[in-house]
Write a protein that binds this ligand. Sequence first.
Ligand code: NAD
Length: 369
Amino acid sequence: TKRRVSVGRVKAGAPRPRGVFERIAVHGHEQVSYWYDPPSGYRGIIAIHSSALGPGLGGTRYWYYASDGEALEDVLRLARGMTYKAAVAGLDLGGAKAVILGDPSADRAAVFRVHGRHVHSLGGRYLTAEDVGTSPADMAFVREETPYVTGLAGRSGDPSPMTSWGVFRAMQAGAKVVWGSDDLADRTVAVQGVGHVGYGLCELLHRRGARLIVTDVDPARVKRAVAEFGAKAVSPGAIYAAVADVFSPCALGAVINDTTLARLRVKLVCGGANNVLAEERHGRLLERRGIVYVPDYVANAGGIINIYQEVAGWTAEQSHAKTSAIYDTVLRVLEIARDEHIPSYQAADCLAEERLAAAERAKGLPHRA
Ligand code: NAD
C-alpha cells in the first residue's frame, strides 16, 4: 500500500490562508493561546500542535516580528516541527512552541513571569524550555510561576553533547547506506560551525580516526579545532566546496540552497543545524545530485532526548541509549526513501506520521498531522 505522504513544511509560493482559524486548521493544530499583558508589555502566543503522544514540549522564542500574523505563522510552524521531531525520536511527547513578541522597552523579569503564568494556565499540556532569544535567566523567571519548564540549570544540563552524539550516530548510519560501512575512520568530514554541537562532533570523529575540515566565523573556535583535532581550516565561504565525504552543517539553517548546492563535493549531508534545506525542493535536488541527506530533525534529536530525562525521569544512560538508536531511525528513514522513491525529508515525515496515527487511533482521536 502506498503511504500517505504529507508534506511537513509550507511550500514556497503556496497561498497563505488569512483568518486565524483557517491558519490553525491547515495543519490541524489542537490549540493556540494568546496572552496580552499591557502593564509588562508581554504579548505571547503558545501553539500546541499535537498532544497525541504526550505533553507538547518546545522552547520559547523571543523575537522581533514584523506583525502578529508573522508571529502566529512562526509559532504554528515551529510547534508542528516539534511534533515530528519527538515522534520520530520515539519519545512520548507532543509538539508545541511559544513565541514572545519582542519589545525592547519591556522589563524582562516581568515579561517572563507573565509568560510563566501563561504556560501554567495550560495545566501541563505545554512544557517550555529555552530557545532563540531566551536564556536560562529568563527561564528562571518562568519557573517562579510554573513547574512546566525544562532544561533549567542543575537539571538535565547542556543538551549539546547529546546532540553531538546523535549527529555522530546519524552520520554512521548515513555512511552505512552510502558506502556499505559505518566506519568513519579515514572519511573526511567538512564541519560548518565548531560551536557547542560542532566541536563535540569533531571530538567524536577525531577519536574514530576521521579527517576534519572545519570553518567558523569565530577564528578562536577554528584555532581550537585545528590545535586539538588536527583539522584543516577553511574560510566560511569555502566549506561548501571542500573536497570531503560528508558535509556537516552545525551552524545555521537554510545552508542547502540554490547557491550552495552545485558546489558540494560530498556524498552525504548530515549535521546538527535545524532547517538545513532552504526549501523542500532542495532536498529533491540534493538527491538528484546523488547526495544522501540525513533529515536534520532526525539527526539532531539528541537535544530533545536529553531534555526528556526531566519529563520521563530517565537516567543519563537511558538518554544515551535512546540517542544511540538514532542510528536505526536513520537507516529506517533512508530505507523508506529508497523503497518509496521519495526524498528522505519526506520519508522522515512518514515515519513520524505512522507513530502519530497509531497513537491517535489508540486514543480515539482524529488524525491531525
Ligand atoms: P553555537 O552557537 O554553540 O555554535 C554555532 C557555531 O556556528 C558558532 O561557533 C558560530 O560562530 C558558528 N557560525 C555562525 N555563523 C556561521 C557561518 N556563517 N559560518 C560558519 N560558522 C558559523 O550553537 P550550537 O548549540 O552548537 O547549535 C548549532 C546548530 O545546531 C544550531 O542550528 C542549533 O539550532 C542546532 N541545534 C542545537 C542543539 C543543541 O543541543 N545545542 C540541538 C538541536 C539543534
